[in-house]
Design a protein around this ligand. Structure first.
Ligand code: NAI
Length: 341
């Protein structure tokens, strides 16, 4: 089997704990990976480096693919978020987050199968904030035609490749007429000109959220600008059982960084009880991405084997505490490894 060089950023909080578990599961499943370990976040600061060291960025540029644990950005200390910087500097413009029910996991709804496509490089995440005068501060929402078109194009292309039926755009163009207005105009254009056969729908985000929590089965692909995508991702995680279950990929023209939707969970960090599944599912997305690029069917089989193992483990009641089970991180990984036949 081919060996792949992959950058690994363990991250902060629960990051190192879940990363160890995921590495063990990938190795047991037979994935041949040489991990190139780099730091970001608090771990990098503690090492006397920048929150996002240049050598970490360079490694991702060189090896093209990274698996990343969550990173903590210190609040109110003048640091720009590690995640925002990483996505902007590498132009990882498409955040893709599949949200599905899993066997044996009790959730508010059944039959949820939604893919969130979030614009990852601009909007209110542009980080342009200033104090106009004492007591008055401002944050700038940036939308460019280039970024709005490329994310819409990405979503429609993805829908076609994956045989999905419908794209729903959540927006607030009734209020943010210029920024969200541009976002929906670009999506409308791409739908009309290039992908008229994919069903297309626009919803004002407040009404869209209400419909999501009433009946998520009416949605297929959600296309959102940056901040809405962030918020709606967690909302959707809640529909299927929580943040421990939602993986993600940040994809650009050249590089791809795979990471769970959840953060560094400081409330449970160091206790060894975090659910490694969302990071593991992100790693499965990564293996599929690599196998598609390299035409490597053996690697695809490894991804499938891991997926079957976690589905079986969950169906047989092997769950971490966030899902109502009693296993800690390592015990869950062990149960999963036993089912890698
Ligand atoms: P969070 O996602 O870390 O935690 C929210 C809640 O979900 C907590 O109660 C936590 O214990 C639980 N949770 C999250 N992941 C879990 C897992 N795998 N297993 C079991 N329970 C889990 O969100 P929060 O608390 O808002 O953010 C904490 C830190 O993470 C912040 O510094 C934030 O900036 C950072 N963050 C980093 C992200 C990234 O690196 N991609 C994404 C989101 C937040």
């Amino acid at each position: 089997m081919k060996t792949y060089d992959i950058v690994l950023i363990a991250g902060d909080g629960i990051g190192p704990e879940i990363t160890v578990a995921v590495k063990a599961i990938l190795a047991a499943a037979g994935a041949q990976i040489r991990w190139i370990e780099r730091k970001a976040g608090i771990a990098a600061l503690a090492d006397g480096q920048d929150v996002l060291p240049e050598e970490t960025l360079e490694a991702i540029r060189q090896y093209k693919v990274a698996l990343k644990g969550p990173c903590t950005t210190p609040v109110g200390k003048g640091f720009t978020s590690v995640n925002v910087q990483l996505r902007q500097k590498l132009q990882l413009y498409a955040a893709v987050r599949p949200v599905r029910n899993l066997p044996g996991v009790q959730a508010r709804f059944e039959n949820v199968d939604i893919v969130i496509v979030r614009e990852n490089t601009e909007g209110l995440y542009s980080g342009v904030e200033n104090e106009v005068t004492p007591g008055v501060v401002m944050s700038m929402k940036v939308a460019t035609e280039l970024a709005c078109r490329r994310i819409a194009l990405w979503a429609f292309r993805y829908a076609t490749q994956r045989r999905r039926r419908k794209i729903s755009v959540f927006h607030k163009a009734n209020i943010m007429k210029m920024t969200d207005g541009l976002f929906i105009r670009c999506a409308q254009d791409i739908h009309r000109v290039d992908y008229p056969n994919i069903e297309y729908q626009e919803l004002i985000i407040d009404a869209g959220c209400m419909k999501l929590v009433q009946d998520p089965s009416q949605f297929d692909i959600l296309l959102l600008e940056n901040l809405y995508g962030d918020v709606v991702s967690d909302l959707c995680a809640g529909l299927v059982g929580g943040l421990g279950l939602v993986p993600g990929a940040n994809i650009g023209e050249h590089e791809a960084v795979f990471e769970a939707v959840h953060g560094s969970a400081p409330d449970i960090a160091g206790k060894g009880i975090a659910n490694p599944l969302a990071l593991l599912m992100s790693a499965v997305m990564m293996l599929n991405h690599l196998s598609d690029q390299a035409g490597d069917d053996e690697l695809k089989a490894v991804a499938e084997k891991i997926k079957n193992a976690y589905n079986r483990a969950l169906a047989e009641g092997q769950k971490t505490r966030d899902l109502g089970g009693s296993l800690n991180t390592d015990q869950f990984a062990e149960q999963l490894i036993k089912r890698l036949a």
